[in-house]
Write a protein that binds this ligand. Structure first.
Ligand SMILES: *[C@@H]1O[C@H](CO)[C@@H](O)[C@H](O)[C@H]1NC(C)=O
Ligand SMILES: *[C@@H]1O[C@H](CO)[C@@H](O)[C@H](O)[C@H]1NC(C)=O
Ligand SMILES: *[C@@H]1O[C@H](CO)[C@@H](O)[C@H](O)[C@H]1NC(C)=O
Ligand SMILES: *[C@@H]1O[C@H](CO)[C@@H](O)[C@H](O)[C@H]1NC(C)=O
Ligand SMILES: *[C@@H]1O[C@H](CO)[C@@H](O)[C@H](O)[C@H]1NC(C)=O
Ligand SMILES: *[C@@H]1O[C@H](CO)[C@@H](O)[C@H](O)[C@H]1NC(C)=O
Length: 551
């Protein structure tokens, strides 16, 4: 016995020393009162809560403990809700008395800091300029989450002003929250602007989160955090109480480590809101329960899925990951999917130009698509933001011009790393109403009927499969169309950072995207846990030389 132990120890020592090069996770996650909370789903947490062996109070304690350990490095959370435990206790009491409001009852969720909460927390879009402002009411989505029994655990960090501040800045940085870091490799771009929401979910600081997208802000960080992101059709989630960028494109989206979790959150936050008239369009077009579309691999059998190769796959910046993406396509084919290559958008030549021109446009903050997207977003931003600010009960700033002046007066904190070129440009109202109207009509026509809808119809496919590029047509086309997109983990790049694969569909096709997306996720199973590589990194800010300018 004794010699056997000695031998085992010697073998172990050997394993340990040879394994020393492999990075070890500096933040292993302990069990939570005997429950494996790491990667726990909403359904598994509900089962545990139901059994009486875990309370929401204990659940929150375990997550807060993890936030306190990891947040000093990753900075995904701007603030925690001071009423956290009181809310958890009330919901525990309700459960004890037999009342369970929904699948979200007693489940902690993080809310991006541009989504208003009428509680003790700030709603600032990451900017010091809005500290102390008082919102008139909860945003519609937060009110719905509270009704569903969710615990608003805190506010997630983001790229300040959700990326429409400067064309030379760092994704995930805000004056209030500092630099959100990528949970996989902390020296790397977390993507944004919903950076904190995505990376906090991926590193199990919380069960689920919500964020917002104008162009890429849900899909980008979800893919760089190796999780599921659902950006729904504009019209499914109310933007009332969301610090706006563009009412044509803004939408509230959901993050989960599984499709079912992201769908549970979508069930809770979708709904008609008289304060956001576009939500009327969902009447009769949304299912009662998105989770019932969550499927296994089998759902791919015989399903036609299109590949828009021209310009979209062709120009992907994830091109280095093509071998992993191609092996993913092969796995989908083996599962029975019919992959239809060259399912191109008829308008693709007009809505994109050659890569050198794209670079020029990035650098000049103009974007793709004949500048039309920028025209629309910039024109709406000033008006929509001033409208939001005018509704605040009290606020140190009331207009975009006030914010610009605030930044000038607080250079040491607000302008330490980045300027505010886009705020200034949009405040100068550079586009006429005629230019705006023409641009909006142009992007709708080219991305909808001559774009996604035509590709789906012409090739009789259920959805379009594209690389979840960190910045490309991947998010721009559905963003301009106001159409849905989901992302699914597809692999890990040479720096240890995940990348994803996305599905595009027509308006209100979330059921199809959830069905196929979850079937693809079940086939690929490529999500890996973050290992917090380089967790002591000090490269603040991460510089974003390709100039994302809004999302
Ligand atoms: C709101 O912001 C102020 C100023 O930074 C801070 O003192 C306060 O603690 C914040 N509220 C919460 C709940 O963190
Ligand atoms: C972008 O910002 C960085 C850091 O503030 C600066 O070094 C760089 O020159 C800027 N680039 C451009 C194109 O303005
Ligand atoms: C993101 O885009 C940039 C610019 O095109 C590219 O250099 C980089 O490799 C991309 N990153 C990933 C992970 O694809
Ligand atoms: C799709 O077709 C293009 C040629 O049009 C080819 O280069 C590419 O490899 C094909 N992609 C797949 C996934 O088969
Ligand atoms: C650019 O977009 C405008 C609408 O905003 C359109 O009238 C014009 O023809 C477009 N130009 C090109 C070169 O596509
Ligand atoms: C993390 O990313 C950096 C580049 O930002 C790279 O140099 C480094 O090798 C990566 N770390 C690991 C362990 O892959």
């Amino acid at each position: 016995m004794r010699s056997f132990t000695a031998l085992s120890l010697a073998v172990m020592a050997c394993v340990l020393s040879t394994g020393a090069e492999a990075a070890t996770n500096p933040f292993p996650m302990p069990k939570c009162h005997g429950f494996t909370l790491e990667e726990a789903t909403i359904d598994s947490i509900q089962a545990r809560l139901k059994s009486g062996r875990l309370t929401s109070h204990q659940l929150v304690e375990c997550y807060v403990d993890r936030v306190e350990k990891i947040n000093p490095y990753m900075k995904g959370v701007i603030e925690l809700n001071p009423d956290l435990y009181k809310i958890a206790d009330d919901l525990d009491k309700e459960r004890h008395h037999g009342k369970v409001r929904s699948a979200m009852h007693g489940i902690p969720i993080l809310v991006k800091d541009n989504i208003a909460t009428a509680d003790k927390m700030n709603t600032t879009c990451g900017s010091d300029a809005l500290i102390g402002s008082i919102v008139p009411r909860d945003s519609h989505v937060v009110a719905l989450l509270r009704q569903a029994g969710a615990i608003i655990m805190g506010k997630a960090n983001l790229a300040e002003w959700a990326d429409i501040r400067s064309d030379n800045y760092s994704e995930g940085w805000s004056a209030r929250g500092g630099q959100t870091r990528n949970a996989y490799n902390l020296t790397q771009d977390p993507a944004g602007s919903s950076s904190g929401s995505a990376h906090s979910v991926s590193s199990n600081l919380v069960t689920v989160a919500i964020g917002t997208e104008t162009d890429g802000s849900v899909i980008g960080p979800a893919q760089r955090a190796g999780i599921i992101g659902i950006k729904p059709t504009v019209g499914i989630t109310s933007r009332n109480g969301v610090i706006p960028e563009s009412h044509s494109q803004d939408t509230v989206g959901t993050f989960g480590r599984t499709f079912k979790d992201a769908a549970h959150v979508l069930n809770a936050i979708r709904g008609i809101d008289k304060r956001d008239p576009v939500t009327e369009e969902q009447k009769g077009r949304v299912p009662h329960d998105y989770t019932k579309f969550v499927s296994s691999k089998k759902a791919l059998k015989g399903v036609r899925i299109g590949i828009p190769w021209k310009r979209v796959w062709q120009s992907s910046t994830t091109v280095n990951q093509l071998p992993q993406l191609f092996s993913a396509i092969d796995e989908l084919k083996k599962a029975g999917a019919i992959i239809v290559n060259n399912t191109d958008l008829p308008s693709i030549e007009i809505i994109s130009s050659d890569p050198p021109a794209w670079n020029w446009m990035y650098k000049n903050g103009l974007g793709l698509n004949n500048e039309s997207e920028f025209t629309v977003v910039c024109y709406e931003f000033k008006r929509d933001l001033n409208n939001y600010l005018s509704e605040l009960k009290s606020s140190p700033v009331r207009t975009l011009s006030d914010i610009i002046q605030y930044n000038l007066d607080h250079q040491d904190t607000e302008m330490k790393y980045f300027k505010q070129e886009l705020l200034v440009q949009c405040d100068s109202d550079p586009f006429t109403e005629e230019e705006y109207t023409a641009a909006a009509a142009y992007i709708h026509k080219t991305t909808r009927e001559q774009g996604i809808d035509a590709a789906l119809k012409n090739h009789k496919v259920e959805a379009l499969l594209v690389p979840s590029d960190n910045w490309s047509l991947c998010t721009q086309i559905p963003a301009q169309a106001g159409y849905p997109i989901v992302t699914i983990p597809a692999g890990i790049d040479p720096f240890g950072v995940p990348f994803g694969i996305s599905l595009w569909g027509t308006a209100y096709s979330e059921p199809t995207l959830i069905k196929l997306g979850s079937a693809i996720d079940d086939t690929l199973r490529r999500r890996k846990l973050p290992q917090f590589l380089e967790h002591t990194a000090t490269n603040i800010p991460v510089n974003n030389e390709y100039g994302f300018y809004f999302s």
